[in-house]
Design a protein around this ligand. Sequence first.
Ligand code: PAF
Length: 282
Amino acid sequence: MKVVKTIEEVRNQVKEWRKQGLTVGLVPTMGYLHEGHASLIEASHRDNGRTVVSDFVNPMQFAPTEDLESYPRDIELDSAVVEAHGGDIIFNPEPEEMYHDDFSSFVDMTVLTEELCGLSRPIHFRGVCTVVAKLFNIVKPDRAYFGKKDAQQLAVIRHMVDDLNMDIEIIGCPIVREPDGLAKSSRNTYLSETERKSALILSESIFMGMDMVRNGEKNCSVIVNSMKEHINTEPLAKIDYVKIVDCKTMQQIPELDRPALCAIAVYIGKTRLIDNFFTEDV
Ligand code: PAF
Protein backbone atom coordinates (compact mmCIF):
# COMPACT_ATOMS: atom_id res chain seq x y z
CA MET A 1 0.00 0.00 0.00
CA LYS A 2 1.62 3.21 -1.23
CA VAL A 3 1.20 6.82 -0.15
CA VAL A 4 1.71 9.16 -3.12
CA LYS A 5 2.06 12.92 -2.95
CA THR A 6 1.83 14.04 -6.59
CA ILE A 7 -0.90 14.13 -9.21
CA GLU A 8 1.50 12.58 -11.71
CA GLU A 9 2.17 9.54 -9.49
CA VAL A 10 -1.49 8.80 -8.84
CA ARG A 11 -2.34 9.25 -12.53
CA ASN A 12 0.46 6.88 -13.59
CA GLN A 13 -0.71 4.25 -11.11
CA VAL A 14 -4.33 4.48 -12.30
CA LYS A 15 -3.15 4.23 -15.96
CA GLU A 16 -1.31 1.00 -15.13
CA TRP A 17 -4.41 -0.45 -13.47
CA ARG A 18 -6.52 0.54 -16.46
CA LYS A 19 -4.06 -1.29 -18.79
CA GLN A 20 -4.68 -4.40 -16.67
CA GLY A 21 -8.44 -3.94 -17.24
CA LEU A 22 -9.14 -3.07 -13.61
CA THR A 23 -11.96 -0.76 -12.49
CA VAL A 24 -11.12 2.02 -10.03
CA GLY A 25 -13.03 3.32 -7.00
CA LEU A 26 -12.27 6.63 -5.27
CA VAL A 27 -12.91 7.37 -1.59
CA PRO A 28 -12.38 11.11 -1.05
CA THR A 29 -11.48 11.92 2.58
CA MET A 30 -9.81 14.57 4.69
CA GLY A 31 -7.97 11.86 6.63
CA TYR A 32 -7.99 10.96 10.32
CA LEU A 33 -9.87 7.89 9.17
CA HIS A 34 -12.45 6.14 11.38
CA GLU A 35 -14.90 3.26 10.92
CA GLY A 36 -17.15 5.46 8.77
CA HIS A 37 -14.34 5.90 6.23
CA ALA A 38 -13.42 2.22 6.60
CA SER A 39 -16.94 1.27 5.48
CA LEU A 40 -16.52 3.42 2.33
CA ILE A 41 -13.15 1.80 1.57
CA GLU A 42 -14.65 -1.67 2.04
CA ALA A 43 -17.57 -0.82 -0.27
CA SER A 44 -15.14 0.38 -2.93
CA HIS A 45 -12.96 -2.69 -2.47
CA ARG A 46 -16.03 -4.90 -3.02
CA ASP A 47 -17.13 -3.07 -6.18
CA ASN A 48 -13.82 -2.27 -7.90
CA GLY A 49 -10.52 -3.83 -8.94
CA ARG A 50 -8.55 -1.09 -7.17
CA THR A 51 -9.32 1.66 -4.64
CA VAL A 52 -7.71 5.09 -4.32
CA VAL A 53 -8.25 6.92 -1.00
CA SER A 54 -7.57 10.63 -1.20
CA ASP A 55 -6.39 12.14 2.07
CA PHE A 56 -6.38 15.92 1.82
CA VAL A 57 -7.54 18.56 4.29
CA ASN A 58 -8.93 20.91 1.68
CA PRO A 59 -8.26 24.54 2.74
CA MET A 60 -10.81 25.83 0.24
CA GLN A 61 -13.80 24.41 2.13
CA PHE A 62 -12.90 26.06 5.47
CA ALA A 63 -13.87 29.66 6.30
CA PRO A 64 -11.12 31.72 8.02
CA THR A 65 -12.92 31.30 11.39
CA GLU A 66 -13.13 27.50 11.08
CA ASP A 67 -10.89 24.62 12.19
CA LEU A 68 -8.47 24.22 9.24
CA GLU A 69 -5.36 24.49 11.45
CA SER A 70 -6.59 22.21 14.23
CA TYR A 71 -8.23 19.61 11.96
CA PRO A 72 -6.68 16.28 13.08
CA ARG A 73 -4.07 14.74 10.77
CA ASP A 74 -2.28 11.37 11.08
CA ILE A 75 -1.03 9.75 7.89
CA GLU A 76 0.31 6.69 9.75
CA LEU A 77 -3.09 5.97 11.28
CA ASP A 78 -4.69 6.55 7.85
CA SER A 79 -2.27 4.18 6.08
CA ALA A 80 -3.08 1.42 8.57
CA VAL A 81 -6.85 1.92 8.12
CA VAL A 82 -6.62 1.98 4.31
CA GLU A 83 -4.46 -1.15 4.25
CA ALA A 84 -6.71 -3.04 6.69
CA HIS A 85 -9.88 -2.34 4.71
CA GLY A 86 -8.72 -3.08 1.19
CA GLY A 87 -7.57 0.30 -0.17
CA ASP A 88 -4.66 0.17 -2.63
CA ILE A 89 -3.16 3.65 -2.60
CA ILE A 90 -3.43 6.90 -0.64
CA PHE A 91 -3.24 10.18 -2.52
CA ASN A 92 -1.97 12.67 0.08
CA PRO A 93 -1.02 15.88 -1.73
CA GLU A 94 0.25 19.10 -0.16
CA PRO A 95 -2.04 22.13 -0.71
CA GLU A 96 0.44 23.55 -3.30
CA GLU A 97 0.08 20.37 -5.38
CA MET A 98 -3.69 20.87 -5.57
CA TYR A 99 -3.79 24.68 -5.81
CA HIS A 100 -0.98 26.40 -7.67
CA ASP A 101 -0.35 30.12 -7.10
CA ASP A 102 -2.60 31.40 -9.87
CA PHE A 103 -5.41 28.88 -9.24
CA SER A 104 -8.61 30.64 -10.33
CA SER A 105 -11.28 28.14 -11.44
CA PHE A 106 -14.08 27.07 -9.14
CA VAL A 107 -17.14 24.82 -9.22
CA ASP A 108 -20.04 26.58 -7.59
CA MET A 109 -23.65 25.55 -7.12
CA THR A 110 -26.89 27.42 -6.44
CA VAL A 111 -30.18 26.17 -4.85
CA LEU A 112 -28.93 22.95 -3.20
CA THR A 113 -26.32 24.85 -1.22
CA GLU A 114 -28.68 27.59 0.01
CA GLU A 115 -30.08 25.60 2.96
CA LEU A 116 -28.70 23.61 5.93
CA CYS A 117 -24.87 23.68 6.13
CA GLY A 118 -24.73 25.97 3.09
CA LEU A 119 -26.47 28.70 5.16
CA SER A 120 -24.08 28.52 8.11
CA ARG A 121 -20.98 27.76 6.00
CA PRO A 122 -21.43 29.96 2.90
CA ILE A 123 -18.16 29.12 1.11
CA HIS A 124 -18.06 25.46 2.12
CA PHE A 125 -19.71 23.75 -0.83
CA ARG A 126 -17.80 25.76 -3.43
CA GLY A 127 -14.63 24.35 -1.85
CA VAL A 128 -16.06 20.83 -1.69
CA CYS A 129 -17.31 20.85 -5.31
CA THR A 130 -14.04 22.30 -6.60
CA VAL A 131 -11.80 19.78 -4.84
CA VAL A 132 -14.07 16.82 -5.64
CA ALA A 133 -14.20 17.84 -9.32
CA LYS A 134 -10.39 18.06 -9.28
CA LEU A 135 -10.08 14.63 -7.62
CA PHE A 136 -12.47 13.18 -10.22
CA ASN A 137 -10.34 14.65 -13.02
CA ILE A 138 -7.11 13.41 -11.46
CA VAL A 139 -8.20 9.85 -10.62
CA LYS A 140 -10.96 9.38 -13.24
CA PRO A 141 -12.67 6.70 -11.11
CA ASP A 142 -15.55 4.50 -12.21
CA ARG A 143 -17.23 5.00 -8.84
CA ALA A 144 -16.82 7.37 -5.89
CA TYR A 145 -17.97 6.74 -2.32
CA PHE A 146 -19.40 9.27 0.15
CA GLY A 147 -20.98 8.89 3.60
CA LYS A 148 -24.66 9.70 4.15
CA LYS A 149 -23.68 11.57 7.33
CA ASP A 150 -22.78 14.49 5.05
CA ALA A 151 -26.16 14.17 3.37
CA GLN A 152 -26.19 17.62 1.79
CA GLN A 153 -22.68 17.07 0.44
CA LEU A 154 -23.82 13.78 -1.12
CA ALA A 155 -26.82 15.51 -2.78
CA VAL A 156 -24.61 18.37 -4.01
CA ILE A 157 -22.05 15.98 -5.50
CA ARG A 158 -24.72 13.87 -7.21
CA HIS A 159 -26.15 17.07 -8.70
CA MET A 160 -22.73 18.32 -9.83
CA VAL A 161 -21.98 14.98 -11.53
CA ASP A 162 -25.31 15.17 -13.33
CA ASP A 163 -25.05 18.87 -14.27
CA LEU A 164 -21.48 18.56 -15.55
CA ASN A 165 -21.93 15.14 -17.22
CA MET A 166 -19.21 13.50 -15.20
CA ASP A 167 -19.15 9.81 -16.06
CA ILE A 168 -18.83 8.57 -12.46
CA GLU A 169 -21.23 6.54 -10.35
CA ILE A 170 -21.77 8.13 -6.92
CA ILE A 171 -22.38 5.67 -4.11
CA GLY A 172 -23.83 6.85 -0.78
CA CYS A 173 -23.00 4.65 2.24
CA PRO A 174 -24.89 4.44 5.57
CA ILE A 175 -23.89 6.45 8.67
CA VAL A 176 -21.64 4.48 11.02
CA ARG A 177 -22.32 5.09 14.73
CA GLU A 178 -20.49 4.52 18.01
CA PRO A 179 -22.13 1.77 20.14
CA ASP A 180 -23.94 4.51 22.13
CA GLY A 181 -25.35 6.12 18.94
CA LEU A 182 -23.03 9.09 18.26
CA ALA A 183 -22.30 9.31 14.52
CA LYS A 184 -18.61 8.72 13.78
CA SER A 185 -16.76 11.90 12.86
CA SER A 186 -13.15 13.03 12.85
CA ARG A 187 -14.40 16.08 14.78
CA ASN A 188 -15.54 13.88 17.72
CA THR A 189 -11.88 13.99 18.80
CA TYR A 190 -12.37 17.68 19.75
CA LEU A 191 -14.87 16.73 22.48
CA SER A 192 -13.90 16.65 26.16
CA GLU A 193 -15.21 13.76 28.25
CA THR A 194 -18.19 15.84 29.42
CA GLU A 195 -18.89 17.12 25.90
CA ARG A 196 -18.70 13.59 24.52
CA LYS A 197 -21.59 12.63 26.85
CA SER A 198 -23.55 15.75 25.91
CA ALA A 199 -23.05 14.99 22.20
CA LEU A 200 -25.40 12.03 22.55
CA ILE A 201 -28.22 14.56 22.39
CA LEU A 202 -27.75 14.59 18.57
CA SER A 203 -28.36 10.87 17.98
CA GLU A 204 -31.08 10.81 20.64
CA SER A 205 -33.01 13.51 18.80
CA ILE A 206 -32.42 11.76 15.45
CA PHE A 207 -33.81 8.50 16.87
CA MET A 208 -36.74 10.44 18.32
CA GLY A 209 -37.50 11.99 14.90
CA MET A 210 -37.25 8.56 13.25
CA ASP A 211 -39.72 7.13 15.76
CA MET A 212 -42.20 9.92 15.05
CA VAL A 213 -41.97 9.23 11.29
CA ARG A 214 -42.32 5.50 11.92
CA ASN A 215 -45.45 6.22 13.94
CA GLY A 216 -46.99 8.12 11.04
CA GLU A 217 -46.32 11.78 11.92
CA LYS A 218 -46.36 13.78 8.66
CA ASN A 219 -46.21 17.36 9.94
CA CYS A 220 -42.60 18.55 9.66
CA SER A 221 -42.98 21.37 12.25
CA VAL A 222 -44.25 18.88 14.84
CA ILE A 223 -41.22 16.63 14.28
CA VAL A 224 -38.70 19.49 14.15
CA ASN A 225 -40.11 21.20 17.27
CA SER A 226 -40.01 17.98 19.32
CA MET A 227 -36.41 17.37 18.26
CA LYS A 228 -35.44 20.97 19.08
CA GLU A 229 -37.12 20.74 22.50
CA HIS A 230 -35.14 17.61 23.25
CA ILE A 231 -31.81 19.12 22.14
CA ASN A 232 -32.50 22.22 24.26
CA THR A 233 -32.61 20.05 27.40
CA GLU A 234 -28.81 19.64 27.06
CA PRO A 235 -27.06 22.70 28.55
CA LEU A 236 -23.89 22.32 26.41
CA ALA A 237 -25.83 22.08 23.15
CA LYS A 238 -26.57 25.05 20.89
CA ILE A 239 -28.71 24.37 17.81
CA ASP A 240 -27.42 25.61 14.45
CA TYR A 241 -30.36 24.04 12.60
CA VAL A 242 -32.94 21.25 12.74
CA LYS A 243 -34.73 21.03 9.40
CA ILE A 244 -36.65 18.72 7.14
CA VAL A 245 -35.97 19.21 3.44
CA ASP A 246 -36.84 17.61 0.12
CA CYS A 247 -34.13 15.00 -0.58
CA LYS A 248 -33.36 16.27 -4.07
CA THR A 249 -33.79 20.08 -3.83
CA MET A 250 -32.68 20.48 -0.18
CA GLN A 251 -35.54 23.01 0.25
CA GLN A 252 -37.68 22.90 3.40
CA ILE A 253 -41.06 21.16 3.15
CA PRO A 254 -44.12 21.44 5.45
CA GLU A 255 -45.41 17.86 5.03
CA LEU A 256 -43.76 14.47 4.62
CA ASP A 257 -45.37 13.90 1.22
CA ARG A 258 -42.14 12.96 -0.63
CA PRO A 259 -38.70 11.46 0.18
CA ALA A 260 -37.18 13.82 2.73
CA LEU A 261 -34.05 14.40 4.75
CA CYS A 262 -34.18 15.43 8.39
CA ALA A 263 -30.83 17.07 9.17
CA ILE A 264 -29.41 18.68 12.28
CA ALA A 265 -26.30 20.68 13.14
CA VAL A 266 -25.58 21.33 16.80
CA TYR A 267 -22.67 22.95 18.60
CA ILE A 268 -21.44 21.03 21.63
CA GLY A 269 -19.22 23.63 23.23
CA LYS A 270 -17.15 24.90 20.29
CA THR A 271 -17.51 21.73 18.20
CA ARG A 272 -20.13 21.73 15.46
CA LEU A 273 -21.53 18.25 14.84
CA ILE A 274 -24.07 17.04 12.26
CA ASP A 275 -26.41 14.07 12.02
CA ASN A 276 -29.47 13.13 9.96
CA PHE A 277 -31.91 10.53 8.74
CA PHE A 278 -33.59 9.96 5.39
CA THR A 279 -37.31 9.25 5.77
CA GLU A 280 -36.93 6.49 3.16
CA ASP A 281 -34.50 4.64 5.48
CA VAL A 282 -36.85 4.76 8.49
O1 PAF B 1 -16.38 14.74 3.33
C1 PAF B 1 -15.19 15.11 3.33
O2 PAF B 1 -14.34 14.59 4.06
C2 PAF B 1 -14.78 16.24 2.41
O3 PAF B 1 -15.76 17.22 2.33
C3 PAF B 1 -14.36 15.77 1.00
C4 PAF B 1 -15.53 15.15 0.25
C5 PAF B 1 -13.24 14.75 1.12
C6 PAF B 1 -13.86 16.94 0.18
O4 PAF B 1 -12.77 17.56 0.77
